[in-house]
Design a protein around this ligand. Sequence first.
Ligand SMILES: [Cu+2]
Length: 342
Amino acid sequence: MRVAVTLVTPTLALLSAANVRAQSIQDALRPAGIQASHIGDLWNLTLGLCTLVFIAVLAMFLWAVWRAPRSGAATPPDTSSITVPERRIHRGVLWSVVLATVGLFVLLIADVRTSRALAGLPLSDAVHIDLIGHQWWWEVRYTDPQPSRMFTTANELHIPVGRPVIISLQSNDVIHTLWVPNLHGKKDLIPGRTALIQLRADRPGAYRGQCAEFCGLEHALMAMLVTAQPPNEYEAWAEAQRQPAPQPSGQLEMRGLQVFQSTTCVMCHAIQGTSANARTGPDLTHLASRQTIAAGSLPNTRGHLAAWILDPQKSKPGVNMPATPLSPADLQALLAYLETLK
Ligand SMILES: [Cu+2]
């Protein structure tokens, strides 16, 4: 299995080219949290048991072939097994059935125990996140009993190591599936319903997730990045995200904000601290603090941002953002402004 995974992973990485962040991992066999370890244990048990059965069946088959008497064309047919009941064969079949049943029950019990363990994650002091699936990006809302402490971001989750996280899942359009293999199994985002998933990261790191339900043309380019970090780093990140976007100070950046507010961008995007307050597209208040744009499809660099704004259809055909023709001066100003959104 390891071998297969090792062979398949680089191929997939090549296929999805730029959208795989080099430093993030996406690997169900390397759990980074307690929920994924429960699932990993179940997988190891299933693999171990099935390997034993496979080896046993193969060994018996080879033994039977090796033991069978050699015969030629002249050898008379051996019909003894039809006429004389073979007690040994009966016993063999009986034992196989008993062993198979016991094996299946072992798996069944392990499965139930895994489900119970997954449901038993202690949830005190949890971080609450609302995750909303869109074609083809993730809206992320950090909720809080105090409304002033809530904030919205997109496509990148930050979570504190060692603290439980309760993610409430909803969809804006079609069925999507959240899957961050290092942290947990899959869970569907179904329109009109709210599902919950509880997880905890026990090791800091960057874990890649992927929409795991075919949700339309750009399903393959609907990734997300989960950064699990020490609690103090997480708090600092959350505090920075709660702030509105800084007022631009330079001439160029001020002009960029004007470009943003006077073109179509404001019809779909929000930047806290400005008049832009639409929710059709990702919240851009802290765009520059994210590593990727367009749900993990492109690195967040000036060049990619420029190409994205001028013609998003080229990077992600079918995407729900139109091309915006801008003069080079306007584009440079807009980019300079977007880069201040730390
Ligand atoms: Cu999706």
